[in-house]
Ligand binder design. Sequence first.
Ligand code: AMP
Length: 337
Amino acid sequence: MSITVVGSIAYDAVKTPFGERERMLGGAAVHFALAASLFEQVHVVGPVGDDFGEGELDLLRGRGVDVSDVERVAGGKTFFWRGEYGWDLNSRETLDTQLGVFEGFQPKLSAGSRASDVLFLANIQPDLQREVRAQLPGARFTALDSMNLWIEDARDSLVQAICSVDCVILNDAELRQLTGKPNLVSAAREVLSWTSSPPSSGENHSSEDAPTPGSARGPSVIVAKQGEYGAALITRERFFSLPAFPLESVVDPTGAGDTFAGGFVGYIAAHLGEGDRELSDELLRAAMAHGTALASFNVEEFGTERVLRLTGEEIAARVRELRTITSFSGATLLPRN
Ligand code: AMP
């Protein structure tokens, strides 16, 4: 079941304690597409400038990614992001963001991109996410990512975008910021209570603002990304969590979240395409494992370098290891009185 992704296609300048790159291929849509294309055909939607190399597009094509909706804007400059990490690779500083061709971008999807049954709205201006969502009204599974910038500057539009998708994938801090709730599980359950008529904006983000749950469609799956601590999955009925895969060497976390999303959504798309009718708990948990495994490869080298060389056997081996390190047995020991 093919996947359409809209989001940034970028050049990134990144510095970590382990090295730096001045201009490497990046962008949320690129990281997502390289991961998801390991499982399914991906259509990428987004603008680039004259400065974007044909070689970079070839890297995507080489993975079977359809780039016909990558719009080259004459005279424009490709989105550019510069970030720096300290020893704590969980937090980074954004030093520069140049929107370039994203300013004034109007997403126009081809018939191929509109025909996808699975849609991922990577982190971009929420109005654009909603425009793209409206162009795939019949999609069977839709997911969205966002960031603190849009929670602060475009909350109303973001909440409407959230209410139009099945799955929200956010950092834990972003979920807290979005809902004003310090507890992660309560924050996720708050978003799960949102429906197509979203709560109004304002300082008070309490659940009293939210419309009656279940009265219309809204998100039914929340994934809280927790950086080096892993990711949690929260649905109305259940909770599941996986640690990040334990690595001795992490070089560059840029794109880990989007790579996770690519593995998670890609796995779901492949299974829905094989006849799975619903998002069972089993399917969602296995998707979490595949997202976690893919993200762990992404951080081993700079940018897209490691994921570009990744093989199916390497992924399968890491998912098996993840299963081993997270399972336990033994009877529950009753405490002595
Ligand atoms: P992640 O590390 O998963 O949060 O994603 C990092 C990627 O997001 C980088 O490759 C950047 O090019 C891209 N990025 C950074 N800031 C933005 C932004 N404001 N809008 C869209 N994409 C961004």
